[in-house]
Design a protein around this ligand. Structure first.
Ligand SMILES: O=C(O)CCC(=O)C(=O)O
Ligand SMILES: [Mn+2]
Length: 200
């Protein structure tokens, strides 16, 4: 299946609707809700500690360390269900991943601020595969200097791929949404470059 690049310029963004069908996606959502070691991260902002507005956990191969919420995190060893996703996504995307960030947005008050996935451990132009399960939420993209904006509604079972130079030119955020009471899980599969890879 050939997917169309949704971005007008400066990067690549592909949406694979219903990568997992509704009932399978719902079943996977329940499984992940129970099995993931959900953690409340905290950030020190303007002199006080604040809870990050979602629960998170970083899984991956040994050595796939990743800095978020200002702290370097060692990966939690893979769960079988995450390894299975990884293999299915690798086959669909024709690339490999060694880690996954799991995010749980408990309701519409949980969110993610505007950012780019441009940490140096991801290397230049990373491919990031993002799987959405549970409640629908809007992911908003903003171009860093051209004023362009784009909203994408991500639904249960959808797979979104970010690739090319998107992280250099666009930022993305998951805004709060007033009335939503139900939860969403997002998994972003990434490849952390080891220090050995960087010298190649
Ligand atoms: O929840 C989402 O769809 C976005 C997650 C995200 O941007 C991230 O984990 O870096
Ligand atoms: Mn991101």
């Amino acid at each position: 299946m050939t997917l169309k690049n949704l971005l007008p310029f400066d990067g690549e963004l592909y949406l694979y609707r219903s990568f997992y069908g509704t009932s399978r996606a719902q079943q996977l959502f329940q499984q992940l809700l129970r099995q993931i070691d959900w953690q409340q991260e905290r950030l020190f902002i303007y002199g006080r500690w604040c809870n990050v507005p979602r629960l998170m956990c970083w899984y991956g191969d040994e050595g796939a360390d990743y800095r978020y919420s200002g702290v370097r995190h060692r990966p939690t060893p893979w769960l079988p269900v995450l390894t299975q996703f990884k293999q299915e996504l690798e086959a669909a995307c024709q690339c490999s991943f060694n880690s996954v960030m799991a995010n749980l947005y408990r309701n519409g008050q949980d969110s993610m601020g505007c950012h780019a996935d441009d940490e140096k451990e991801l290397g230049e132009n990373p491919v990031i595969a993002s799987l959405s399960l549970g409640a629908s939420r809007t992911l908003r993209f903003k171009h860093v200097d051209r004023g362009a904006k784009m909203d994408i509604d991500l639904e249960n079972g959808d797979l979104l791929l970010m690739a090319g130079c998107i992280q250099q030119h666009w930022r993305h955020e998951l805004p709060k949404t007033r009335k939503l009471k139900s939860a969403r899980i997002n998994l972003t599969f990434r490849k952390i470059q080891s220090s050995q890879d960087k010298t190649l």
